[in-house]
Design a protein around this ligand. Structure first.
Ligand SMILES: Nc1ncnc2c1ncn2[C@@H]1O[C@H](COP(=O)(O)OP(=O)(O)OP(=O)(O)O)[C@@H](O)[C@H]1O
Length: 974
């Protein structure tokens, strides 16, 4: 195999090289060529016998008759000449006898680039040099058809194996240079035939160049070499030759490449004489040219045999490797083929038995089967598309990408719950129970939801409404959405659109895109399996701004009851009826919801909870869930009201209860750890004692054979016993009857009660609350116990709920005409304007009250609203600012525990504000007793739950003068 490759490559190279002048081309491996030709020549009997003569001159006696025209010649070397007269007879029919080969002492020198020519072998070469070719033809005509064939030495510095360079240059070398490049020892070659530029040489005897006679064509004087005499019966020579023969036979057996060609000769190998055997082995081996040349040059028969043995042994190794490589590859290929064939057969058998249809049919059947239960309810236009796609699927090639697209499309189309609705429950009582079960308080919210359900009951459907729950984080918007779904017996699906900027998320990608997917709504329908789920769209106020397409508009199409009966998803490309879906959205700030969307929504605001509500939520809901999630039994723990109140007031003051929930969970986790720790330490103490008692018993009853076994049993059974008496009793019992199941359960019960007795109840009180949740976080909401001059408490609304905030004003400097106002505290434009209005109005009011006071005209003022890091905006602090400025101007502090809110006009009118509930709750949190609201907000205030309003002194005002009176007139508090 390896040789074949090398010879082929060299042959290709020779043919493609354009060569000037000396054009001698040798077949790289004469043996292969000879052998290849031999098979063909077997049909042409005369030549067949001729080639046989070439290989086996010793035994070619029967073949001579083929070409009688040629005189006999001794083809073997001198040593072989004497061997048999039959050789000469045999050869006499091939080559003319006159003149004899040994008479040729001056010969044309033919360079061989690849391998030397061995005596007895045939080698075709290509002579491209016309001069040399003519000389060869001439010598053939002159009945002197002999030339010398000499291996060409590698150019100095080139590797022997890189033949391309050598070949290229060999044609250009001439005369002296060529003479110097030839190996000294070569072969006398008979020119058997010349056809075109192909010259066929037959090796005869070894020659050595002595001198150069002429340069072009190169002619040399030669000596005919004789091999050293040897003893035919020498055991060592015999043994070596036998080894060569057996190795050659082995090689011929394993090497598939030679087997066919050389098999014929393998039976004659034994007939070769020793020198010929050595030549044969070397010639057919794949050894490199120098190794072959070495064999050629060796005149000692034993040494020559040894060299050949080395070469053929190497050949043997190579053919073994070749065989194993071939075997491995064959095994691999045949294994794969086998598997493929078996699989194909299996498929065919299954198909024949009707067990399995092909992919396409199976897929179509699957889709049809999926569609069947819904076929009646499925809209006709969808059915039509499905049918069309199914037909298309059958026509498509299963391996094509289009097939996959169609398959996925059909998958989505058939999986959707077309016309599959869950039975809606409009039972208001049941709904109320469910809402109360899940949430404390929120009466107004629940009422609105019940109203909505009642309308649904009367109309028979709850469609056409989008509920938007707005409020600070953690007030239960999402969980209320879940409760509504439960109350209405609808499936629940939630997806958040916070930061969503890609319209494709809502409307899907077109099918032409790789990896296209339908939008969220279609995914939702697939997920829930009904066409009328409750879909909670979370964080709708945080919708992203799309760079390609507007997500708000896409949501509008989805939510709008007018449009969503024919909602078109880009991927599905068939209208879907979403009018039965109930959409509930949640938002923290309603103002951030795009107007067209907001317009279609029914906003239900959840303001936040006051301490009292939080207490109830914590007791009745959060504690219970925390107990469950932490695996703590109610009897194992006691969290006092004082502890909960402390938690709410000092740790979780925000509007929602998420933080409270986290803290309660934290407490319960800590309790669980304590229980487990105490339990395990008790167990280890108890089991230690039991072991001791069992050991004592074993000591007493020394004769008892089962003492050791009892000891182990006692150890296992009596874990958890607390009293020593009981322990010894149980150990005695278990020792006597360790396998009685009754006793075992009794002991188990005993063990349980004892264990629970052993573990103490963990109690959480205001005093040890810090052990569970750490030190209270400092909240700076109320920074003054007594408000100083120039400081007034205002009320603000934020996305996190309501909060109190102070407005502080101080003097910067006084001087004639220096009146000015400087504001700080990250105030927005509206608030800055508010401050300007307040400054102007305060000046007017002071002029009215104290006409002689030039305070505002001559004082530079600084108004600040802490905390400075929080951005603030809005007009509702207007009245607070005026009060603060007047307090400073009149050097009068305002009433203690007073907070106010309201926008002020330049004429002193008080305009309504938003977030009354949040602000009231925030005021309560800051222990405010008196609140001033605009009159227009009275309606909002009256709607508040009584517990929120309880204990508050609220004043509603239209004009600032009323505030002035409230803030300064009854100035008794300070
Ligand atoms: N009135 C309530 N009664 C009982 N549990 C409540 C109440 N309000 C809120 N919770 C609980 O508080 C937790 C937080 O509620 P939820 O996640 O619904 O808040 P959210 O308003 O959706 O917040 P966000 O705006 O951050 O999404 C939930 O476990 C919920 O059960």
């Amino acid at each position: 195999m390896l040789k074949l490759l090398s010879s082929t490559s060299s042959r290709v190279h020779c043919l493609t090289t354009p060569t000037p002048s000396l054009r001698i081309k040798q077949e790289p491996n004469s043996v292969f060529y000879a052998l290849g030709r031999l098979t063909g020549l077997t049909q042409r009997s005369p030549k067949n016998s001729f080639f046989r003569a070439c290989f086996c001159s010793d035994s070619s006696n029967g073949s001579g008759s083929g070409s009688g025209s040629q005189p006999a010649v001794e083809v073997d070397e001198k040593g072989a000449e004497s061997q048999s007269g039959s050789d000469s007879k045999a050869s006499s029919a091939i080559v003319s006898t006159y003149p004899k080969p040994e008479d040729y002492l001056t010969v044309l020198a033919l360079p061989l680039p690849h391998r030397p020519l061995f005596p007895g072998f045939y080698m075709p070469i290509y002579v491209k040099d016309p001069k040399l070719l003519a000389a060869l033809q001439e010598s053939r005509k002159r009945q002197a058809p002999y030339a010398g064939a000499f291996l060409l030495k590698d150019e100095p510095g080139t590797e022997s194996s890189t033949s391309s360079e050598t070949e290229k240059s060999v044609y250009d070398i001439k005369g002296k240079e060529l003479f110097n490049r030839l190996h000294e020892v070569g072969t006398l070659a008979q020119i058997s035939s010349i056809q075109g530029d192909q010259v066929i040489l037959i090796g005869h005897r070894r020659l050595r160049i002595t001198e150069m006679v002429s340069e072009d064509p190169l002619t040399v004087k030669v000596d005919h070499l004789k091999r050293k005499p040897y003893n035919k019966d020498d055991d060592v020579i015999k043994a070596t030759s036998f080894e060569v023969i057996s190795t050659l036979r082995d090689v011929l057996k394993t090497s598939s490449l030679w087997r066919d060609h050389v098999q014929t000769y393998s039976q004659h190998i034994g007939d070769f004489n020793f020198p010929r055997l050595a030549d044969f082995g070397a010639a057919i081996s794949g050894a490199n040219k120098l190794q072959c040349q070495q064999v050629l040059e060796e005149l000692d028969v034993h040494k020559r045999l040894q060299l050949t043995l080395e070469l053929v042994k190497k050949e043997m190794e190579i053919s073994k490797i070749q065989e194993s490589i071939a075997k491995a590859i064959e095994e691999k290929i045949s294994g794969e083929q086998r598997r493929y064939l078996l699989n194909e057969q299996l498929k065919a058998i299954k198909k024949e038995l009707g067990l399995e249809t092909d992919d396409k049919t199976a897929l179509s059947a699957k889709f049809k089967e999926r569609l069947e239960p819904n076929r009646e309810k499925c809209p006709p236009h969808v059915l039509q598309v499905i049918e069309e796609e199914l037909t298309k699927l059958q026509l498509l090639e299963a391996s094509s990408s289009e097939f996959n697209v169609t398959r996925n499309y059909l998958d989505w189309l058939t999986v959707l719950p077309w016309g599959n609705y869950s039975d809606e429950n409009f039972d208001v009582i049941r709904a109320q129970t469910i809402l109360d079960e899940d949430h404390y308080g929120l009466t107004d919210v629940k009422e609105r939801i019940l109203e909505f359900i009642a309308v649904g009951k009367l109309r028979g459907t709850s469609q056409g409404k989008i509920i938007c729950l707005s409020g600070p984080p953690g007030v239960g918007k999402t969980s209320i959405g879940r409760s509504i779904a439960r109350a209405l017996n609808r499936k629940f699906f939630r997806f958040s659109v916070g930061g969503l900027s890609d319209v494709a998320e809502i409307k899907g990608h077109r099918r032409t895109y790789i990896g296209a997917m339908p939008g969220k709504m279609v995914q939702c329908l697939k997920n829930v399996g009904t066409a009328n789920p409750l879909v909670l769209i979370d964080e709708i106020d945080k919708l992203g701004r799309g760079h390609a397409g507007d997500p708000a508009s896409a949501l509008l199409e989805l939510l709008d009851p007018e449009q969503n009966a024919n909602f078109l998803d880009h991927y599905l490309d068939v209208p879907i009826d979403l009018s039965k879906v109930l959409f509930v959205c949640t938002a923290n700030v309603v103002d951030n919801i795009p107007n067209p969307l907001l317009d279609r929504m029914e906003v239900i605001a959840i303001a936040g909870y006051i301490a009292d509500e939080k207490m109830h939520i914590a007791r009745d809901y959060l504690e219970k869930t925390a107990q469950e999630t932490c695996g703590v039994k109610p009897e194992q723990v006691e969290v006092t009201d004082a502890a909960l109140l402390g938690l709410i007031e000092n740790y979780c003051r925000e509007a929602g209860v998420r933080n409270l929930q986290k803290h309660i969970e934290k407490i319960y986790r800590k309790i669980a750890l304590r229980l487990v720790r105490e339990g395990s330490s008790n167990e280890s103490v108890i089991s230690g004692e039991v072991v001791q008692s069992a050991e004592a018993k074993a000591e007493v009853d020394e004769t008892d054979q089962h003492a050791a076994a009892n000891e182990t049993a006692a150890e296992v059974e009596s874990v958890g016993n607390s009293s020593h008496e009981l322990k010894s009793e149980s150990s005695v019992q278990t020792s006597d009857q360790p396998k009685d199941p009754k006793d075992a359960t009794e002991t188990e019960k005993l063990k349980e009660t004892e264990t629970s007795k052993a573990v103490e109840k963990v109690s959480v009180d205001a005093s040890n609350l810090a052990d569970f949740v750490g030190k209270p976080v400092f909240h700076a909401e109320r920074i003054y116990d007594q408000t100083p001059v120039g400081v007034v408490m205002g009320l603000a609304w934020t996305a996190m709920g309501g909060s109190t905030l102070y407005i502080e004003t101080t003097e910067v400097e006084q001087g004639e005409g220096k009146g000015a106002l400087h504001v700080t505290g990250q105030l927005g434009d509206v608030m800055k304007e508010s401050a300007q209005i307040a400054h102007t109005l305060a000046r007017t009011i002071l002029l009215e009250k104290e006409p002689a006071n030039p305070f505002f005209a001559n004082t530079k003022l600084h108004l600040h609203v802490p905390a400075g890091a929080t951005p603030k905006d809005g007009p509702s602090a207007g009245c607070t600012m005026i009060t603060s400025l007047l307090s400073l101007a009149m050097k009068m502090p305002v009433r203690k525990d007073l907070a106010m809110t309201g926008e002020v006009t330049l004429t002193g009118k008080i305009l309504p504000i938003g977030g009354v509930k949040e602000k009231t709750i925030a005021a309560r949190r800051s222990e405010v007793k008196t609140i001033i609201f605009p009159s227009a907000n009275k309606r909002d205030y009256d709607e508040l739950a009584p517990n929120v309003r309880e204990g508050l002194d609220v004043h509603f005002v239209d004009d600032y003068s009323q505030i002035f009176n409230l803030a300064f007139d009854n100035n008794t508090g300070n």
